[in-house]
Design a protein around this ligand. Sequence first.
Ligand code: ACM
Ligand code: ZN
Length: 559
Amino acid sequence: MRRSHYLASAVLLAALVLFPGCSRPEVLTGDFTLVSPLPRELFTGEKETPFVISSQTVVCYPEGDESLRVAAGLLASQLQQITGCKVKTTTRLPERNRILLGVNPEMGTGLKDFQASECYALDVETSAVTILGGSATGVLHGIQTLIKALPVPESPGNNRLALPACTLLDYPEFPYRAFMLDCGRHFFSADYIKSLIDILALHNLNYFHWHLTEDQGWRLEIKKYPRLTEFGSYRPGTSYDSSGVLDSIPVSGFYTQEQAREIVRYAAERGITVIPEIDLPGHTQAALAAYPELGCTGGPYEVATRYGVLDDVLCVGKDATMTFVKDVLEEVMDIFPSPYIHLGGDECPKVRWKQCPDCQRKIRELGLKGNGVKTEEELLQSWFTSEMEAFLAEHGRRMICWNDVLCDWGNQVVGEPSKQTVIAGWMRPVSTEIAVREGYDAILCPIDYCYFSNASVNKITGLESIRRVYDLPVAPEGLTRGQQRHILGIEACIWTERVADTDSLEWRLLPRLSTLAEIQWSDPARHDLDAYLPRLRHMLDLYDARGWHWKTDIAQIWE
Ligand code: ACM
Ligand code: ZN
């Protein structure tokens, strides 16, 4: 070693001993232009130096505000996890190093009501960060933006991170931004559902649609009908073809009411409402296995071991069935405070109803007269659906149903659900358009864009899989501007016939959930796939940092 190198090393060593701070990593500054979904308005403050997160940083919230106290705790613990710095929460207001959370109900004046409540403003200066929301939910979105603007360090802990100066104003495009998971075909633990809620929250979604009942498994404890979970939550195996041979992998599990309430609470703290789905009157073979007297033939039935559309459905001609359904819904509404309750209504074959004396008597009693495509049995389902809609409305809730209650694959209007029903259009985008034209509020969840589990979407890889979601026509041209306003939002779905574990679930979900979030949240006038790709790349880094699995073929884009 040359003498000058000796000298340099000695000085460096002395510096490290005398000033241990020198060994700390350099400050990495984040970038708000990488935040996805794309915020509405962003002004970067080039002159100010960044806000550095350190162990002096505190998250401040107004005294007595319980929602913001919880939000402050969530932010502090995330910052601590990423940076290794102990970030405290407080109701005091220090001069410097503070991240202040607050609500200002006036700030959304001029926006639509839902936008005013979900909007937020985020301001970063050298000495302080301020997140103001139109409500606590807006503040939660602001927190997610702050987290997404931070750099993603190689490993958690001992990182010096900073936020660049900026002013940002943001609010969503659609009031309904949802993701659905089918927990009937396969069961996912209550703890995992919480992790999934974390994933949804990072993407600014506000509804988790929880599909809880299926032919293959009933997954929610109902105290008045214990056999639903005692018998209805277990199947000995699954047959994946017409042979009927089972794979001998038993599938079981259900959520206790206590677990479901805990998930509702956990989600609410993160700005997400849980919408339960009790699928009725089809897809109910597990319920029939538990209570065969509720079927048209009286059974016996077994929890289904094969997939598809099955003929045995609830007998809606029997008063006992109506009592059962209302009892179940009373318990469901008690657990889930959601303004929406999803009652399915999809894929309900009418073969049993056609043969059933009770169903036929009911048709006569109600004076239902079929006309062309609207058969008497279709109208019987419309009567059932409308009874349920009225029952939920009496309890202050709004019913969502799949578009089957209104129209079929041939785009024929086959049903007459009451006009307050929200129609979830899954049979391609046209089903949502039909619903809106028929005078309903509707949700876009078309199979060809939004069913992340299905081959029609999943066979496409790399950029094309992203483009498919991005290209969903969110404002169908066939509808007037006024009609378009009846599209409440967009939902993606994962059905779990072939999704048995969390890795394959996340592989289907990510990163397309990020693309979904872009079209649910951002201004459609600014949709631009190329401009989105750097934001998508940043999301992949965030997924890696959190240990979430994503479908790696997307990385082709950057190769
Ligand atoms: C559905 O995919 N059966 C709603
Ligand atoms: Zn019947």
